[in-house]
Ligand binder design. Structure first.
Ligand code: PAF
Length: 289
């Protein structure tokens, strides 16, 4: 199998048109590159469910609220393409900035309610940038299925709401977070941690797990659940929590009491690196990872 590398929008459209036949499905895994085992999980899930897999690699300037963060974002195309070839991706779409935004964008997709809390309140314009570029990528690739990691649970919720509200013919498929053996959620940003920062970063997941365990044992008060996570985090004063919140897992609105399922989500700075993570908690029904 040859992995096609496509740089231009019109070539991507031609490729899809050539491949698309009744009864065959196209799956897409949109990424910003710097591929790791979390992305490989998306590719494998897509590969198992569809006839053609397209990975998109585009570091989208529209979703970065800080220029330095955009510039510091890891770019590793050669390695990314090797990973795609090794995992039998059919096509990799790698547009340039000029290809995606030949003129400054004048049309945006806003999903205000779902974007309001968590990352949305600390990264102005982030989800507007995500929703807009994902809509563009869907229009270009026209996938039947699209795969996103659950580590970015709010992003999944924003995209789901956009797809539903705008009747986009795409099924959004969330894929469970892939973790290091010590629990740290995989992220391209982990590469920026110093050895000492890396050794303390798993405390985010430890805090979420402690809170999740409390919920599983019947503690349904969000404040109490958050306090439990905060108590774990207090052991590492070097970790600066940006938010720690219990939200409804579809609407991403904070909840005071956990009914059924909720997500505990955290964003924290470890040194100069911002990490996010979340877990689903279900009252009384054991733990879900
Ligand atoms: O999750 C990401 O890598 C990005 O936010 C996405 C979905 C590719 C949009 O740029």
């Amino acid at each position: 199998l040859k992995t096609e590398v496509i740089f231009r929008i019109h070539q991507m459209r031609e490729w899809i048109q050539m491949k698309r036949k009744p009864g065959l499905t196209v799956a897409c895994a949109p990424t910003m590159g710097a591929l790791h085992a979390g992305h490989i999980a998306l590719i494998e899930a897509a590969r198992a469910a569809s006839d053609f897999v397209v990975v998109t690699i585009f570091v989208n300037p529209l979703q970065f609220d800080r220029k330095d963060d955009y510039e510091a974002y890891t770019r590793s195309l050669v390695k990314d393409l090797e990973i795609c070839r090794a995992h039998k991706v059919d096509a990799v779409f790698v547009p340039s900035g000029d290809e995606m935004y030949p003129v400054p964008a004048g049309t945006f997709i806003d999903v205000p309610e779902v974007s309001k809390h968590l990352c949305g309140s600390f990264r102005p314009g982030h989800f507007r940038g995500v929703a807009t570029v994902v809509a563009k990528l869907f229009n270009i690739v026209q996938p039947d299925l699209a795969y996103f990691g659950e580590k970015d649970a709010q992003q999944v919720a924003v995209i789901r709401k956009m797809v539903t509200d705008l009747n986009m013919p795409v099924r959004v498929v969330p894929v469970p977070t892939v973790r290091e053996p010590d629990g740290l959620a995989l992220s391209s940003r982990n590469q920026r941690l110093s050895a000492e920062e890396r050794s303390i970063a798993p405390i985010l997941y430890q805090a979420l797990r402690a809170a999740q365990a409390d919920v599983a044992q019947g503690c349904l008060d969000s404040q109490a659940v958050k306090s439990r996570a905060q108590a774990v985090l207090a052991a590492q004063p070097a970790v600066r929590v940006e938010y720690l919140e219990v939200v409804d897992s579809l609407s991403m609105q904070p909840v005071e009491a956990i009914e059924g399922a909720a997500r505990i989500a955290i964003a924290a700075w470890v040194g100069s690196t911002r990490l996010i993570d979340n877990v689903l908690c279900t009252s009384g029904e054991g733990m879900v990872f």
